[in-house]
Write a protein that binds this ligand. Structure first.
Ligand code: ZN
Length: 294
């Protein structure tokens, strides 16, 4: 596994395509440990993390966050990912212990997520106003659903591949990441069909990472004979949640005096769990009483 998760942006010199590639092995492993995820939930959340980060870096024109939500009818429940242009990501799945395998024993994401449902994306647009859009799921396989979202809702023709490779027994994340290639207006039909042919022959993304290719090498492999200019390299993609004891106590204070008195009488302390990072916060009786005095 590479020491740090990172992101690389590139454009073809003739201005026909641009690409963003990310490695997310460490942050996906951190999510697996924090949420105690099953193999299936790790792959589903790992793919969603990759898609969330790629979407955030494609759609957001200014600094901030993007939320990706996949709401399928499968047993995994809703997947929520919050990613930021600062390189942070956090998220969760509805049912973190579910396992779905196909006849060959591989994790079956379509079945876990469900082939029907919705993909929701929300972020601030270039005027700083909240923007939200949803389209129906087309496969439950996540990457295909995001490509369909980009085409239908954002009118961005794109190619997206993402993958998560686990150590078979332990379920530990060995490799995770993804690549998004966006077609730019300069690209002709011929350019697009050539690229499609090339990328359709590429190995799945987790296999590319397993074969020790760097993100730069994966981008070059995807573009073939097209000349490439690398634009940005950003190190330090990471799992991060901004929750804290103080925030939990402020949220608790907002439920009102009567409710806090009820908690003191009935339970004697307050406990809360953050959905995004599974962090647990406890407020003792003494501190609840102090909150009342404030
Ligand atoms: Zn949290």
């Amino acid at each position: 596994m590479p020491e740090s998760d990172y992101l690389v942006k590139a454009i073809t010199k003739n201005g026909t395509f641009r690409a963003i590639a990310i490695s997310t092995s460490n942050l996906t492993e951190e999510a697996r440990q924090r949420h105690n995820l099953s193999h299936t939930a790790t792959v589903a959340l790992g793919r969603s993390f990759a898609c969330g980060i790629l979407l955030c870096n494609t759609l957001r024109k200014s600094k901030g966050h993007l939320t990706l939500k996949l709401k399928g009818e499968g047993p995994l429940g809703t997947i929520v990912v919050d990613s930021s242009t600062e390189g942070t990501v956090r998220g969760y799945v509805g049912n973190s212990s579910i396992e779905c395998f196909d006849a060959k024993g591989y994790v079956d994401i379509d079945k876990a997520v469900g082939k029907t449902g919705y993909i929701h994306v929300s972020y601030d647009n270039d005027k700083g106003l909240p923007y939200q859009s949803s389209v129906e799921l087309v496969s439950g396989e996540i990457a295909k659903d995001v490509v369909n979202y980009l085409a239908k809702s954002e009118q961005i023709p794109s190619f997206l591949s993402c993958g998560v490779y686990l150590e078979p027994d332990s379920g530990k994340v060995l490799h995770a990441g993804g690549i998004l290639i966006q077609t730019l207006p300069e690209a002709s039909e011929e350019d697009i069909s050539k690229l499609e042919e090339r990328v359709s022959k590429l190995d799945p993304f987790s296999i590319l990472l397993r074969s020790s290719l760097s993100l730069e090498q994966i981008i070059l492999k995807s573009f073939g004979d097209l000349e490439v200019r690398f634009l940005t390299e950003f190190e330090g993609l990471c799992f991060y949640c901004g929750c804290s004891q103080n925030r939990f106590e402020s949220a608790l204070a907002s439920i009102g005096k009567d409710e806090i008195e009820k908690i003191i009488d009935k339970i004697g302390f307050a406990e809360g769990r953050c959905h995004f990072c599974n962090g647990v916060y406890i407020v003792s009786k003494e501190n609840l009483e102090a909150l009342l005095k404030k």
